[in-house]
Design a protein around this ligand. Sequence first.
Ligand code: PRP
Length: 211
Amino acid sequence: MTKFLNVALPKGRLGEKVYAMFERAGFECPSIKENNRKLVFENTEKAVRYFWVKPSDVAIYVERGAADVGVCGKDILLEYQPDVYELLDLKTGVCSMAVAGKKDFVDDRNKTLKVATKFTNIAKNYYSKLGRDIDIIHLNGSIELAPILGLSDVIVDIVETGTTLKENNLEVKEKFVPISARLIANKSSFKFKNQVIEKITKSLREQTDVL
Ligand code: PRP
């Protein structure tokens, strides 16, 4: 029976870019390019199987061994601290974790700061280092709405091009962590499928070194 290497890719533009890197590493799977709603693709000859996973779920699949390796943002690793190996910075999907708010917002340190975010742990950690008292409001998306509607004073969120903030009359107050896509591995898979994982890591490293 073929011992497949199971790879969790983040669904979306980043995932397509990352798949192309795996393809260049010699782990192609042509059926993945067929335009359909399938989520699992395999190439028996190369013993590789790809899954399209919601980006924020990749680390869960890898941590629990449903996938041997995967690609996810550093934001997810910082937020959820999954028990996986972080093998490589793929130097793509580059953005920053930032505090943003209305242009005229002035922080009054005597008041508890209301912070809306998807990244509760990252935000708590950032403000605890500053010794700042905060009230966290956990949201699942469209975080930029919170300061506009007065739900929060600021947001902690990912900024890539800055377009979303600009179009909503918000601005970056501080960028505090650089983020990019990382290759991660399940700890036991790294031991038992070491050869193939090392081979992929090496090729991906060579590809990212020229970026
Ligand atoms: C992310 C992030 C910002 C936006 C930043 O949202 O939460 O809203 O991208 O990108 P930009 O600086 O290039 O404008 P995402 O698209 O993941 O959607 P969300 O609203 O569901 O968080």
